[in-house]
Design a protein around this ligand. Structure first.
Ligand code: GUN
Length: 284
């Protein structure tokens, strides 16, 4: 392997230490940051993610509330719960774990979270603010990707960045954040022609496809920074990214591992957004 590994765990630890420092400062002023995490149903992966977020809160001195609703919960019940948290001044951040059961209208639930408590950065108001470069909560995964790229000392300005995937949660916001840092950005997706050639031209390649090993070595430009957002669980129970790590690491200059890359950083960025929400609430 030629590439340097970008150590998501170490970077996440530093971000969480920063969140803990800010949380302690707020507590000294009588405000305890509090994150409410709502989970509907029993999806095993979602349960793992939610447990991780609750444990991160404890590590950072952030209070957490874990709200579990049964798989059979109605949309009205979930909306009631979100509205109660929205009205509770002790709660600074609200996160509804996605995906929701298919019969629930995800959009309506996200829109019920007030923008000032939307620490996921998913509400239309935060998405709009991000798009025009106004202060807002940035979505945690793409914001973590940017920090990981910058941690390598690579300057993003003027670089050719390619994002594979156009989801609202990762692909689109990652592209916007790279653009805000003055990269020349291309978004690729399932209908893209000449995908290999486009990817192979990228100084910065962000893979958010959801297909294990999708990015092969021939799609990686020598010396590129490769960020792997994929979390795919194989039949053997092991996690694999979207990038064929061993082969890509022979060509890239920097690459994130899975696990231990983007995942921990995403969780750490959520802690930062939560203390920021508490600070803004305290300012009134
Ligand atoms: N499901 C997968 N990733 C996320 C995330 O970042 N936030 C929420 N709320 N749900 C998710």
């Amino acid at each position: 392997m030629k590439a340097n590994k970008i150590d998501g765990k170490a970077l996440a630890a530093a971000v969480k230490a920063e969140a803990a420092r800010q949380a302690a400062e707020l507590k000294a002023r009588g405000v305890t940051p509090c994150l409410a995490v709502v989970l509907v149903g029993e999806d095993p992966a979602s349960q793992v993610y939610v447990r991780g977020k609750i444990s991160d809160c404890a590590q950072c001195g952030i209070e957490s509330r874990s709200i579990r609703l049964p798989e059979t919960a109605t949309q009205a019940e979930l909306l009631d719960q979100v509205r109660a948290l929205a009205a509770d001044p002790a709660v600074h951040g609200i996160l509804v774990q996605l995906p929701l059961p298919p019969r629930i209208d995800e959009k309506a639930v996200i829109e019920a979270i007030p923008p000032e408590k939307d620490v996921d950065g998913f509400s239309p108001v935060n998405v709009g603010r991000m798009q025009i470069g106004e202060p807002c909560y940035l979505p945690c995964t793409p914001a973590g990707c940017i920090r990981m790229i910058e941690s390598t000392g690579t300057s993003i300005a003027g670089k050719r960045a390619v994002v594979i995937g156009r989801s609202n949660i990762v692909g689109k916001p990652a592209a916007l954040l790279l653009l805000a840092k003055d990269a020349t950005v291309t978004i690729c997706h399932s209908r893209t022609q000449n995908l290999k050639e486009i990817c192979a031209s990228a100084d910065i390649l962000v893979a958010a496809v959801g297909k294990p090993g999708f990015v092969t070595a021939d799609m990686v430009k020598p010396g590129a920074v490769v960020i792997d957002v994929g979390i795919n669980r194989g039949a053997d129970g092991k996690l694999r990214g979207d990038v064929d790590f061993d082969a890509a690491a022979e060509k890239a200059a920097w690459i994130t591992p899975v696990p231990g890359g983007v995942g921990p950083m995403t969780r750490a960025m959520l802690m930062l957004n939560t203390v920021e929400a508490a600070r803004r609430a305290a300012r009134g």
